[in-house]
Ligand binder design. Structure first.
Ligand SMILES: Cc1cc2nc3c(=O)[nH]c(=O)nc-3n(C[C@H](O)[C@H](O)[C@H](O)COP(=O)(O)OP(=O)(O)OC[C@H]3O[C@@H](n4cnc5c(N)ncnc54)[C@H](O)[C@@H]3O)c2cc1C
Length: 401
């Protein structure tokens, strides 16, 4: 039987960052990552917008606010040290009308509270930063927003883990608990401490350990449309003022790590966790569980959630998505955005009691296991800084026991 002092379930950015942090703190301890796929980062960590967020969307008292600024710095440092692609493109948040001014003010207030560099700019200044930006009277500029290639970052984190003596067992799916051990598709694993960083499956695994009982994950699919224009057609990312009552940032224009532009993403509710396309990954039991979560949201969210879901489903249309992006920038034509990128699925946590979408990261655990629930955006940006917190939470739980 394989044994390990720390076993991390899930080789996404959160699991890899946690493993690296544990190995740094306890160099003599054995650290093992089990990943059900053949490679790390095949789910959200490799299928996201690749934006290193600056940190002005989040309430000052949230975990997201606590880790995003430092996470952004650490990720940039990681990319620069290893010469991985990094585009310090910055971001404009634009106003579509006067109705967006209150939202801009709130973002500015949050940015200041979180110690983030965020400048208020005029319409003319916004156009100097990004000549194609459309804004009404004013906008916000975030110089610290940047973009990376998430696949490359995750691959390098996996390589770095192995260099430091962390074992990564791919093709090994956690199946169940077997006393103090874990039953996996690669055999039984004896573990001193288990960290559940299983993304879309984190709620199910947590339940095996008696945690996460108040929550369930509802998956939301994000699709992007790629521009056929030349890299560099946009200098900066352009975002709308989001509805701060839901965790999605709205359709935006992202300038990728190599300068290519994409619009999206959508946030379309899925019927099962890995519903990337067709019937791939279909499971009837999952569909029943996820369906129950969606029904709950429909009932409790009333017209609010119905409107959100209906609006998101409409974005499946290229024309609708392009029309929304055209409100942010000049010269956006649906004909120039023909290629859908690979979809990513958010592991969005929903509270069972009030059936609300959970906005912040969420951790539960004890002296034997820790469960990372709701590692949604900006968990990619936060990962390195958040991992230090995860390690401290483990330390606190194991030393108290
Ligand atoms: C469309 C989209 C856009 C986003 N944009 C951004 C962005 O611009 N910036 C940002 O900071 N964040 C963004 N995010 C969020 C970010 O991608 C996630 O927060 C982050 O990747 C979560 O990482 P993770 O390691 O928790 O999850 P994952 O990457 O999903 O990793 C979990 C891993 O666990 C494995 N696993 C699951 N079950 C088991 C099992 N039973 N046994 C073994 N292994 C298992 C999976 O195969 C997977 O590899 C976006 C997300 C999406 C979907």
């Amino acid at each position: 039987m394989i044994t390990s002092d720390f076993t991390i379930i899930g080789g996404g950015v959160v699991g890899l960052a946690a493993a690296l942090e544990m190995k740094q703190r306890y160099s003599d301890a054995s650290v093992l990552i089990i990943e059900k796929e053949e490679r790390c980062g095949l789910h959200a960590s490799g299928r996201n917008s690749g934006v290193l967020h600056a940190g002005f969307y989040y309430d000052a008292d949230s975990l997201k606010a606590r880790f995003v600024r430092e996470g952004n710095r650490l990720m940039k440092e990681f990319c620069e040290e290893r010469k991985l692609p990094l585009n310090r493109c910055g971001k404009l948040v634009v106003a579509r009308s006067e109705a967006d001014f209150a939202g801009l003010d709130e973002l500015l207030r949050r940015g200041n509270a979180n110690g983030v560099r965020l400048m208020e700019v005029t319409e003319a200044e916004a156009r100097e930063i990004e000549p194609r930006a459309r804004t009404h009277v004013r906008a916000l500029y975030s110089p610290d927003t940047a973009t990376v290639d998430p696949h490359t970052v995750v691959a390098e984190m996996a390589a770095e883990s192995e260099r430091r003596g962390i074992r990564i067992l791919t093709g090994a799916r956690y199946l169940a608990r077997a006393g103090k051990a874990l039953r996996t598709s690669a055999g039984e694993i004896g573990t001193g401490y288990t960290v559940n960083a299983a993304g879309l499956y984190a709620d199910r695994i947590a339940r095996d350990f008696g945690f996460g009982l108040d929550y369930r994950i509802v998956p939301f699919k994000g699709l992007y449309l790629y521009s056929s224009g030349s890299p560099g057609e946009f200098r900066a990312c352009i975002y709308p003022v989001p509805d701060l009552g839901n965790p999605f940032l709205g359709v935006h224009i992202t300038v990728g790590h190599a300068g290519q532009a994409k619009i999206g993403p959508t946030a379309i509710p899925c019927l099962w966790r890995e519903q990337y396309g067709g019937l791939q990954g279909f499971s009837a039991s999952e569909a029943a569980d996820v369906g129950a979560g969606l029904l709950g949201l429909l009932r409790s969210g009333g017209t609010g959630f119905v409107r959100l879901a209906a609006g998101e489903i409409r974005k499946h249309s290229r024309r609708t998505l392009a029309a929304q992006a055209a409100r942010l920038a000049t010269g956006i034509e649906a004909t120039a955005f023909r290629r859908w990128g690979e979809p990513g699925i958010r592991a969005q946590l929903v509270r069972r009691g009030d059936r609300r979408l959970v906005m912040d990261f969420c951790l539960e655990g004890d002296e034997q296991s820790l469960h990372i629930l709701n590692a949604v955006s900006p968990a990619f940006t936060c990962a390195r800084a958040f991992a230090a917190y995860v390690a401290s939470e483990i330390e606190a739980r194991t030393t108290a026991a």
